[in-house]
Write a protein that binds this ligand. Sequence first.
Ligand code: GLU
Length: 464
Amino acid sequence: MKPVRTRFAPSPTGFLHIGGARTALFSWAYARRHGGVFVLRIEDTDVARSTPEAVQAIIDGMNWLELTHDEGPFYQMQRMDRYKAVIQEMLAAGTAYYCYTTREELDALRAEQEARKEKPRYDGRWRPEAGKTLPTPPADVPPVIRFKNPRDGVVAWDDAVKGRIEIANGELDDLIIARADGTPTYNFCVCVDDWDMGISHVIRGDDHVNNTPRQINILKALGAEVPTYAHLSMILGDDGAKLSKRHGAVSVMQYDEDGFLPEAVINYLARLGWSHGDDEIFSRQQFVEWFDLDHITASAAQFNTEKLLWLNQHYMKQLPAAELAARVAPRLAARGVDVSAGPSLEKAVALYVDRCNTLNLLADAVETFYVAVAPSAELLAQHLTEEAKPAIADFAAGIATVAWEIPAIAALIKETVGKHGLKMPKLAMPLRVLLTGQAQTPSVDAVVELIGREGVLAALQKNL
Ligand code: GLU
């Protein structure tokens, strides 16, 4: 069995977006599943659009998702000599040839073909054939180099996602593999790379499916083993349209900024076009154990933000409180909130995690414990009623001496409402408002316990 070697081959022209991250995840997981090697290759031959910042953004995204590569990053721009050497070998072997057709001649050819209602294509005028006499090369035309694509038969492969695909060779014209200035072209570089890097499985987006027959022919001409191809269907947005920048957070790092956990994003991406029965929640390790190419769906996967939020909350709840606090702390610090003077952040996040499905919302919720609470006049008017005030004063008196634990605090609240003949909310609501500035909080006894005796007394006395 050939060792499994997969690659992720992004073009560094932007962020690592959700679609790219899924391709990277599947390639990574397949290598891990089979004890193979995962290669990172940067396809930076489009020099006008490739930037070092984009390379960094892609690497940052992969690091955030912990999709560690074993080899690379290899940069195509650093491999030019190798591509050129392979082209020379192909010229020598007769699998590639110089073509001196000028732009004007190609335009004229196209016009003739269109007039005859034919598909425009290179007519092979410089293609060497047995018994054919080629024109004399013009001295003033720098030639391109074309691949001598087989004329007959079909090129076929069993796509691990799409099933068998067959293309008649007659449909493919002779691809330019080096431009007149000598630079090799994209499809050719991919072939040399996949060959040199020993790639056994090419897992990529199905926007590349049209390149595959050409790449297979080139690989065969090179005497390279043809890898298994798995073309992943596209991802649609929540609204069913193709996922695009219009859908907001398409860069994976945007999800980090928005308060998603990488664990949740990984689990979410894993289910985007792949399934293991009805399983929705599984760890990265479990995914690696289960992942195979057979259960990737050929139909488009649809993004579902609600589901991602649901998974995110699940993983937030799974985290030990100390870890959850550690992930919220930098978000509060970034807002200039100092948690050192307030109650335990660990306890605060544990108390609020049931109500928040992102780290940012959790930071919003607990922030109140570390900043000066200023209840709005409206909330005060609504809840700090004349009948509540004596009960609050009584409660404050009790607070000074009560044992500092939730059951004792709960008992004190109960006792106070009983004594004043009030219904529970008549005391609980103003307490919430005075202590947090909010009418909605978790159980008020837990909030009181969290804030601490001093803090509670200060907040209540200020308002009485
Ligand atoms: N560089 C291509 C892209 O970013 C991927 C090519 C491939 O996987 O073969 O879409």
